[in-house]
Design a binder for this molecule. Structure first.
Ligand code: KIV
Ligand code: NA
Length: 265
């Protein structure tokens, strides 16, 4: 495989080739995602929800993100591995942001970091970029700000928030981010952003007019049957499949069907 780099992604955008991105948080899953040919693997702070069972992404720590990211990096041969800077590891000041980003790069071997926000964190992004660490932006519904928003519903439906989002996207391009995630915003706004900047725009709940798509792997595999926002396409119903398989195993043990004579030494 030829490794995917931040440069390859920018080339994909200029060639009109869409970018595929999925989350992964562990070695086994990352190996499957990489082998299947996904371009970018995001070690998302959504690990806080899907791996640890927290209600929000806020509790996950930098150490925990590094643990997940290092597990993913060990599995990956082709994809670009992007790691979320967790809540509290970059908002205080640019020096702290840089220290956190450096820890991720050194201790996990990830290839880039992702931070939520625009203008507010401009200096932090610049500082990280100046150290040679590629940065992916994230605008729209930024889950680390959920207590500010108060709801997980669609962002930037009003003109004022839409204007700010466009400005922030242009700013992220200008300071040198290699891509930006747009989460849960109107499709026409997302397309407008994608058309007005030259770096790739990766959408989640942002329609088809952008340069690539990202989903949380547990969601697209149908491992969680409670979460079904409109933007989610389920490619499997693993919740059902796994519950059936595991239930069968439990029943086979109870009935002494497992192990049989060929399944022992
Ligand atoms: O943490 C995450 O999974 C993300 C994606 C939804 C973009 O940030
Ligand atoms: Na995230």
């Amino acid at each position: 495989y030829k490794r995917i780099t931040t440069k390859s992604l920018i080339e994909m955008k200029s060639n009109g080739e869409k970018i595929s991105m999925l989350t992964a948080y562990d070695f086994t899953m990352a190996k499957i995602v990489d082998t299947a040919g996904v371009d970018v693997i995001l070690v998302g702070d959504s690990a806080s929800n899907v791996m640890a069972g927290h209600e929000t992404t806020l509790p996950i720590t930098l150490d925990q993100m590094i643990y997940h990211a290092s597990s993913v990096v060990r599995a990956v041969e082709r994809a670009l591995v992007v790691v979320d800077l967790p809540f509290g590891s970059y908002q205080s000041d640019p020096k702290e942001a840089l220290r956190s980003a450096i820890r991720i790069m050194k201790e996990s071997g990830g290839h880039a970091v992702k931070l939520e926000g625009g203008k507010e964190i401009k200096e932090s992004i610049k500082k990280i970029l100046n150290a040679g660490i590629p940065v992916m932006g994230h605008l729209g519904l930024t889950p680390q700000s959920i207590y500010k928003f108060g709801t997980y519903s669609v962002r930037a439906k009003e003109d004022q928030e839409a204007e700010k989002l466009i400005e922030d996207a242009k700013l992220l391009e200008k300071v040198g981010c290699f891509a930006v995630v747009l989460e849960k915003i109107p499709a026409d706004l997302a397309k407008k952003v994608a058309d007005s900047i030259s770096i790739p725009v990766i959408g989640i709940g942002a329609g088809g007019g952008v340069d690539g798509q990202v989903l949380v792997i547990h969601d697209m595999l149908g491992m969680n049957n409670e979460f079904s926002p409109r933007f989610l396409r389920r490619y499997l119903n693993l919740y059902e499949e796994m519950t059936k398989a595991i239930g069968q195993y439990a029943a086979d043990v109870k009935s002494s069907d497992f192990p049989n004579s060929s399944e022992q030494y």
